[in-house]
Design a protein around this ligand. Sequence first.
Ligand code: SME
Length: 159
Amino acid sequence: MAEELVLQQGHKADQYQSILPQIQAIIEDETDMIANLANICAALKQQFDWFWIGFYLVKDNELVLGPFQGPIACTRIAKGRGVCGTAWQQQQIIIVPDVDQFLGHITCSSASKSEIVLPIMSNGDCVGVLDIDSDELNQFDEVDAEYLQQLMLMIEKFI
Ligand code: SME
């Protein structure tokens, strides 16, 4: 595993194309789920410097906070609640350009303005979500969804 990340400037597609193979190299020899999810958060935080990035994992029919980078966050989210609980329930990627316009958004921090949430699937079940929050409006789009979905496929191999 490389000791340092090579960080890419420029368009976010270029940034994803640079960071995703590095993440693959970091996780491919490690089987521990928490270790891998923690390093994925750290690598994405270093590359994109988003306000908050982290995982929620399904435990006893709730989403429970997992590895993350950023300020402290809500620890438990019920199915169907907030953006994360909705992505879990619908098993779909959700992009929220303005969190104030999303009915039921869970405010962990008032600094969070836009977000994207992706379900992590295993054998047809959603076993967790990746939640990324920005402190700016309209920060996520189909480019993020496309590349982060590739990341979900990497995660689904070890989760
Ligand atoms: N924004 C999420 C809650 C989690 S925090 O933002 C870290 C939601 O509404 O699901």
